[in-house]
Write a protein that binds this ligand. Structure first.
Ligand SMILES: [Zn+2]
Length: 335
Protein backbone atom coordinates (compact mmCIF):
# COMPACT_ATOMS: atom_id res chain seq x y z
CA UNK A 1 0.00 0.00 0.00
CA UNK A 2 1.22 3.47 -0.86
CA UNK A 3 0.76 6.54 1.29
CA UNK A 4 -2.80 7.98 1.31
CA UNK A 5 -3.76 10.87 -0.94
CA UNK A 6 -4.75 14.14 0.74
CA UNK A 7 -7.41 14.81 -1.91
CA UNK A 8 -10.96 14.25 -0.68
CA UNK A 9 -14.02 13.36 -2.74
CA UNK A 10 -17.55 12.01 -2.43
CA UNK A 11 -17.10 10.11 -5.71
CA UNK A 12 -17.76 6.38 -5.35
CA UNK A 13 -16.09 4.69 -8.32
CA UNK A 14 -18.05 1.48 -7.65
CA UNK A 15 -21.48 3.11 -7.78
CA UNK A 16 -23.68 2.81 -10.90
CA UNK A 17 -24.94 6.04 -12.48
CA UNK A 18 -23.46 9.39 -13.45
CA UNK A 19 -21.56 11.32 -10.79
CA UNK A 20 -20.17 14.74 -11.65
CA UNK A 21 -18.26 15.95 -8.63
CA UNK A 22 -14.94 17.40 -7.48
CA UNK A 23 -11.69 16.30 -5.95
CA UNK A 24 -10.95 18.68 -3.07
CA UNK A 25 -7.26 19.43 -2.65
CA UNK A 26 -6.63 21.15 0.71
CA UNK A 27 -4.92 24.48 0.09
CA UNK A 28 -4.56 26.90 2.99
CA UNK A 29 -4.09 30.53 1.98
CA UNK A 30 -4.80 33.98 3.49
CA UNK A 31 -8.23 34.34 1.88
CA UNK A 32 -9.27 30.78 2.82
CA UNK A 33 -7.62 29.12 5.79
CA UNK A 34 -9.30 25.73 5.35
CA UNK A 35 -9.92 26.06 1.60
CA UNK A 36 -9.81 23.41 -1.08
CA UNK A 37 -8.92 23.56 -4.77
CA UNK A 38 -11.93 21.90 -6.44
CA UNK A 39 -10.85 19.76 -9.40
CA UNK A 40 -13.80 18.53 -11.51
CA UNK A 41 -14.16 14.80 -12.10
CA UNK A 42 -16.88 12.56 -13.50
CA UNK A 43 -17.56 8.84 -13.15
CA UNK A 44 -20.18 7.26 -15.41
CA UNK A 45 -20.80 3.60 -14.69
CA UNK A 46 -23.22 0.82 -15.50
CA UNK A 47 -22.62 -2.71 -14.22
CA UNK A 48 -19.49 -4.74 -14.88
CA UNK A 49 -17.12 -3.99 -17.73
CA UNK A 50 -13.87 -2.27 -18.64
CA UNK A 51 -12.87 1.25 -17.52
CA UNK A 52 -11.82 4.04 -19.87
CA UNK A 53 -10.01 6.96 -18.21
CA UNK A 54 -9.90 10.17 -20.28
CA UNK A 55 -7.94 13.24 -19.16
CA UNK A 56 -7.35 16.79 -20.45
CA UNK A 57 -6.01 20.01 -19.00
CA UNK A 58 -2.77 18.27 -18.03
CA UNK A 59 -1.48 21.50 -19.58
CA UNK A 60 -3.93 24.34 -18.94
CA UNK A 61 -3.53 26.16 -22.27
CA UNK A 62 -4.50 23.15 -24.43
CA UNK A 63 -8.22 23.31 -25.02
CA UNK A 64 -9.57 20.77 -27.53
CA UNK A 65 -9.45 17.92 -25.00
CA UNK A 66 -10.96 20.04 -22.23
CA UNK A 67 -13.94 20.96 -24.43
CA UNK A 68 -14.39 17.41 -25.78
CA UNK A 69 -14.42 15.95 -22.25
CA UNK A 70 -16.82 18.59 -20.90
CA UNK A 71 -19.16 17.64 -23.78
CA UNK A 72 -18.74 13.91 -23.09
CA UNK A 73 -19.58 14.40 -19.40
CA UNK A 74 -22.83 16.14 -20.34
CA UNK A 75 -23.88 13.75 -23.12
CA UNK A 76 -22.78 10.24 -22.07
CA UNK A 77 -25.48 8.48 -20.07
CA UNK A 78 -25.11 5.34 -17.92
CA UNK A 79 -27.92 3.66 -19.87
CA UNK A 80 -25.88 3.58 -23.07
CA UNK A 81 -22.76 2.02 -21.54
CA UNK A 82 -21.63 -1.27 -20.03
CA UNK A 83 -18.61 -0.63 -17.80
CA UNK A 84 -17.13 2.63 -16.52
CA UNK A 85 -15.81 5.93 -17.87
CA UNK A 86 -13.74 8.19 -15.60
CA UNK A 87 -13.20 11.72 -16.91
CA UNK A 88 -10.81 14.37 -15.58
CA UNK A 89 -11.38 17.33 -17.94
CA UNK A 90 -9.08 19.90 -16.29
CA UNK A 91 -6.44 17.83 -14.50
CA UNK A 92 -4.09 20.65 -13.56
CA UNK A 93 -7.06 22.78 -12.56
CA UNK A 94 -5.16 25.88 -11.37
CA UNK A 95 -3.27 25.92 -14.72
CA UNK A 96 -6.49 25.39 -16.70
CA UNK A 97 -8.20 28.33 -14.96
CA UNK A 98 -5.09 30.43 -15.65
CA UNK A 99 -4.98 29.44 -19.37
CA UNK A 100 -1.36 28.45 -18.75
CA UNK A 101 0.82 25.40 -19.28
CA UNK A 102 1.98 25.28 -15.67
CA UNK A 103 0.30 25.96 -12.33
CA UNK A 104 0.24 29.59 -11.14
CA UNK A 105 0.44 28.24 -7.56
CA UNK A 106 3.69 26.28 -7.64
CA UNK A 107 4.92 26.60 -11.23
CA UNK A 108 4.33 22.86 -11.55
CA UNK A 109 4.14 21.16 -14.95
CA UNK A 110 1.78 18.25 -14.22
CA UNK A 111 3.18 16.32 -17.18
CA UNK A 112 6.64 16.32 -15.57
CA UNK A 113 5.36 15.53 -12.07
CA UNK A 114 4.49 11.80 -12.09
CA UNK A 115 4.33 9.64 -10.06
CA UNK A 116 3.79 12.62 -7.76
CA UNK A 117 3.96 13.01 -4.00
CA UNK A 118 1.03 13.02 -1.50
CA UNK A 119 2.98 15.45 0.72
CA UNK A 120 4.39 17.53 -2.16
CA UNK A 121 3.32 20.70 -3.94
CA UNK A 122 -0.22 21.15 -5.28
CA UNK A 123 0.82 19.82 -8.72
CA UNK A 124 2.68 16.84 -7.21
CA UNK A 125 -0.41 15.98 -5.12
CA UNK A 126 -2.62 15.99 -8.25
CA UNK A 127 -0.14 13.69 -10.02
CA UNK A 128 -0.09 11.35 -7.02
CA UNK A 129 -3.89 11.07 -6.95
CA UNK A 130 -4.03 10.24 -10.67
CA UNK A 131 -1.19 7.74 -10.39
CA UNK A 132 -2.35 5.97 -7.21
CA UNK A 133 -6.17 6.22 -7.46
CA UNK A 134 -7.10 6.48 -11.15
CA UNK A 135 -4.47 4.53 -13.15
CA UNK A 136 -5.06 1.32 -11.10
CA UNK A 137 -8.78 1.47 -12.05
CA UNK A 138 -8.17 2.01 -15.81
CA UNK A 139 -8.04 -0.43 -18.73
CA UNK A 140 -7.19 2.44 -21.11
CA UNK A 141 -5.83 5.93 -20.42
CA UNK A 142 -5.98 8.72 -23.00
CA UNK A 143 -4.26 12.02 -22.14
CA UNK A 144 -5.43 14.76 -24.54
CA UNK A 145 -2.92 17.51 -25.35
CA UNK A 146 -2.38 20.29 -27.89
CA UNK A 147 0.66 22.47 -28.58
CA UNK A 148 -0.33 25.11 -26.03
CA UNK A 149 0.52 28.76 -26.51
CA UNK A 150 4.06 28.23 -27.74
CA UNK A 151 3.58 25.48 -30.36
CA UNK A 152 1.34 24.53 -33.26
CA UNK A 153 0.85 20.94 -34.41
CA UNK A 154 -0.53 18.94 -37.31
CA UNK A 155 -3.23 17.26 -35.17
CA UNK A 156 -2.51 13.63 -34.25
CA UNK A 157 -3.16 10.95 -31.65
CA UNK A 158 -0.05 9.21 -30.32
CA UNK A 159 1.54 6.43 -28.32
CA UNK A 160 4.95 5.92 -26.75
CA UNK A 161 6.71 2.80 -28.04
CA UNK A 162 8.96 0.67 -25.87
CA UNK A 163 6.74 -0.42 -22.97
CA UNK A 164 7.05 -4.08 -23.96
CA UNK A 165 5.49 -6.15 -26.73
CA UNK A 166 2.08 -6.69 -25.07
CA UNK A 167 1.53 -3.04 -24.03
CA UNK A 168 2.86 -1.75 -27.36
CA UNK A 169 0.34 -3.97 -29.16
CA UNK A 170 -2.58 -2.86 -26.96
CA UNK A 171 -1.62 0.81 -27.40
CA UNK A 172 -1.40 0.37 -31.19
CA UNK A 173 -4.85 -1.31 -31.21
CA UNK A 174 -6.35 1.61 -29.25
CA UNK A 175 -4.56 4.14 -31.47
CA UNK A 176 -6.04 2.60 -34.62
CA UNK A 177 -9.48 2.35 -33.01
CA UNK A 178 -9.39 6.10 -32.21
CA UNK A 179 -8.98 6.61 -36.00
CA UNK A 180 -7.13 9.95 -36.06
CA UNK A 181 -6.05 11.42 -39.40
CA UNK A 182 -2.45 10.91 -38.26
CA UNK A 183 -1.21 8.31 -35.72
CA UNK A 184 2.20 9.21 -34.28
CA UNK A 185 4.57 6.91 -32.41
CA UNK A 186 7.10 8.59 -30.10
CA UNK A 187 10.41 6.74 -29.96
CA UNK A 188 12.12 9.02 -27.46
CA UNK A 189 12.36 6.52 -24.59
CA UNK A 190 10.20 6.21 -21.47
CA UNK A 191 10.23 9.20 -19.10
CA UNK A 192 7.81 8.26 -16.30
CA UNK A 193 7.41 11.89 -15.20
CA UNK A 194 4.92 12.08 -18.14
CA UNK A 195 1.35 10.91 -17.46
CA UNK A 196 1.11 8.32 -20.30
CA UNK A 197 4.51 6.84 -19.42
CA UNK A 198 3.47 6.65 -15.75
CA UNK A 199 0.29 4.80 -16.77
CA UNK A 200 2.32 2.40 -18.92
CA UNK A 201 4.62 1.86 -15.94
CA UNK A 202 1.52 0.62 -14.07
CA UNK A 203 0.67 -1.69 -16.98
CA UNK A 204 -2.18 0.47 -18.35
CA UNK A 205 -2.32 1.02 -22.16
CA UNK A 206 -1.90 4.77 -22.63
CA UNK A 207 -2.32 7.18 -25.51
CA UNK A 208 -1.54 10.87 -25.99
CA UNK A 209 -1.93 13.29 -28.85
CA UNK A 210 -1.45 16.88 -29.89
CA UNK A 211 -4.75 18.19 -31.25
CA UNK A 212 -3.75 21.64 -32.50
CA UNK A 213 -2.05 24.41 -30.59
CA UNK A 214 -1.29 28.15 -30.43
CA UNK A 215 -3.59 28.48 -27.41
CA UNK A 216 -6.61 28.42 -29.75
CA UNK A 217 -9.30 25.82 -30.49
CA UNK A 218 -8.86 23.83 -33.71
CA UNK A 219 -12.37 22.86 -34.91
CA UNK A 220 -11.23 19.95 -37.10
CA UNK A 221 -9.04 18.51 -34.34
CA UNK A 222 -11.81 18.93 -31.77
CA UNK A 223 -14.14 16.94 -34.03
CA UNK A 224 -11.43 14.27 -34.37
CA UNK A 225 -11.17 14.01 -30.56
CA UNK A 226 -14.94 13.84 -30.02
CA UNK A 227 -15.30 11.11 -32.65
CA UNK A 228 -12.23 9.25 -31.35
CA UNK A 229 -13.40 9.16 -27.72
CA UNK A 230 -16.70 7.56 -28.79
CA UNK A 231 -14.73 5.08 -30.91
CA UNK A 232 -12.61 4.13 -27.85
CA UNK A 233 -15.80 3.30 -25.96
CA UNK A 234 -17.05 1.17 -28.86
CA UNK A 235 -13.70 -0.57 -29.33
CA UNK A 236 -13.59 -1.43 -25.60
CA UNK A 237 -17.16 -2.78 -25.65
CA UNK A 238 -18.36 -0.04 -23.26
CA UNK A 239 -20.69 1.32 -25.97
CA UNK A 240 -22.22 -0.94 -28.62
CA UNK A 241 -20.41 -0.92 -31.98
CA UNK A 242 -22.29 0.35 -35.03
CA UNK A 243 -22.77 -1.93 -38.04
CA UNK A 244 -20.13 -0.10 -40.16
CA UNK A 245 -17.46 -0.35 -37.40
CA UNK A 246 -14.84 -2.08 -39.57
CA UNK A 247 -15.06 0.63 -42.25
CA UNK A 248 -12.56 3.09 -40.72
CA UNK A 249 -9.37 3.11 -42.83
CA UNK A 250 -6.05 2.83 -40.94
CA UNK A 251 -4.64 6.30 -40.17
CA UNK A 252 -1.37 7.59 -41.65
CA UNK A 253 1.36 6.34 -39.29
CA UNK A 254 4.40 8.51 -38.53
CA UNK A 255 7.17 8.20 -35.96
CA UNK A 256 9.45 10.62 -34.14
CA UNK A 257 12.70 8.64 -34.10
CA UNK A 258 14.69 10.79 -31.65
CA UNK A 259 15.99 14.20 -30.57
CA UNK A 260 17.82 14.59 -33.90
CA UNK A 261 14.46 15.44 -35.52
CA UNK A 262 14.04 18.55 -33.28
CA UNK A 263 15.42 22.03 -34.11
CA UNK A 264 16.19 24.64 -31.43
CA UNK A 265 16.75 28.42 -31.66
CA UNK A 266 20.51 29.08 -31.81
CA UNK A 267 20.26 32.66 -30.45
CA UNK A 268 17.74 34.87 -28.65
CA UNK A 269 15.81 37.15 -31.02
CA UNK A 270 12.94 37.11 -33.52
CA UNK A 271 12.42 33.83 -35.36
CA UNK A 272 11.49 33.92 -39.06
CA UNK A 273 10.37 30.40 -40.09
CA UNK A 274 11.31 29.14 -43.57
CA UNK A 275 8.81 26.25 -43.69
CA UNK A 276 5.10 25.61 -43.17
CA UNK A 277 3.33 23.09 -40.97
CA UNK A 278 2.81 19.82 -42.86
CA UNK A 279 5.63 20.51 -45.35
CA UNK A 280 8.15 17.76 -46.22
CA UNK A 281 11.78 18.85 -45.77
CA UNK A 282 15.20 17.44 -46.68
CA UNK A 283 18.18 16.91 -44.38
CA UNK A 284 20.12 20.20 -44.13
CA UNK A 285 17.18 22.30 -45.34
CA UNK A 286 16.78 25.78 -43.84
CA UNK A 287 14.35 25.81 -40.87
CA UNK A 288 14.50 29.57 -40.27
CA UNK A 289 16.54 32.59 -39.19
CA UNK A 290 16.90 34.43 -35.89
CA UNK A 291 16.83 38.22 -36.43
CA UNK A 292 18.29 40.85 -34.11
CA UNK A 293 16.10 43.93 -34.14
CA UNK A 294 18.09 45.33 -31.22
CA UNK A 295 21.17 45.33 -33.52
CA UNK A 296 19.78 45.34 -37.07
CA UNK A 297 23.23 45.53 -38.70
CA UNK A 298 23.98 42.03 -37.37
CA UNK A 299 23.34 39.27 -39.94
CA UNK A 300 20.48 36.90 -39.07
CA UNK A 301 21.60 33.48 -37.77
CA UNK A 302 20.14 30.46 -39.63
CA UNK A 303 19.22 27.05 -38.24
CA UNK A 304 18.71 23.88 -40.28
CA UNK A 305 16.96 20.51 -40.11
CA UNK A 306 19.40 17.73 -39.27
CA UNK A 307 17.12 15.02 -40.67
CA UNK A 308 14.40 14.70 -43.29
CA UNK A 309 10.70 14.40 -42.53
CA UNK A 310 7.35 16.17 -42.22
CA UNK A 311 7.10 19.43 -40.26
CA UNK A 312 4.62 18.17 -37.65
CA UNK A 313 5.33 20.94 -35.11
CA UNK A 314 6.24 24.62 -35.33
CA UNK A 315 6.84 27.30 -32.75
CA UNK A 316 3.98 29.81 -32.58
CA UNK A 317 5.48 32.81 -30.74
CA UNK A 318 7.81 35.06 -32.78
CA UNK A 319 10.23 35.81 -29.96
CA UNK A 320 12.71 33.08 -29.04
CA UNK A 321 15.35 32.45 -26.43
CA UNK A 322 18.36 30.28 -27.25
CA UNK A 323 17.20 26.68 -26.73
CA UNK A 324 13.51 27.19 -27.58
CA UNK A 325 12.17 24.41 -29.83
CA UNK A 326 11.25 26.02 -33.16
CA UNK A 327 10.19 22.86 -34.99
CA UNK A 328 10.24 19.10 -34.99
CA UNK A 329 9.71 16.51 -37.66
CA UNK A 330 7.96 13.17 -37.97
CA UNK A 331 8.78 10.44 -40.49
CA UNK A 332 6.35 8.21 -42.40
CA UNK A 333 6.54 4.58 -41.31
CA UNK A 334 3.45 2.63 -42.44
CA UNK A 335 1.81 0.02 -40.18
ZN1 LIG B 1 0.49 19.35 -23.37
Amino acid sequence: MGRPTRLVSDIDFDRDGKQVDWLGLPHSVTRSAYGRIMIPIACIKNGKGPTAFFMAGNHGDEYEGQIALAKLIRTLEPGEIQGRVIILPAANFPAAMDGARVSPIDGGNLNRSFPGDPDGTVTQQIAYYIDSELFPRADLFHDLHSGGGSLDYVPFASMHAGAGEELDRRCADALRAFAPDVALVWKLGQDTRYAPAAALHRGVPALGGEFGGTGSVNRKALAMVERGLRRHLMNMGIVEKPKDWAAAPPPRRVIVPGQGWFVYAPEPGLFEPAVDLGQTVKKGQLCGHVHFVDNPARAPVPCHFREEGIVICKRHFGRVERGDCVSHLAVDEPW
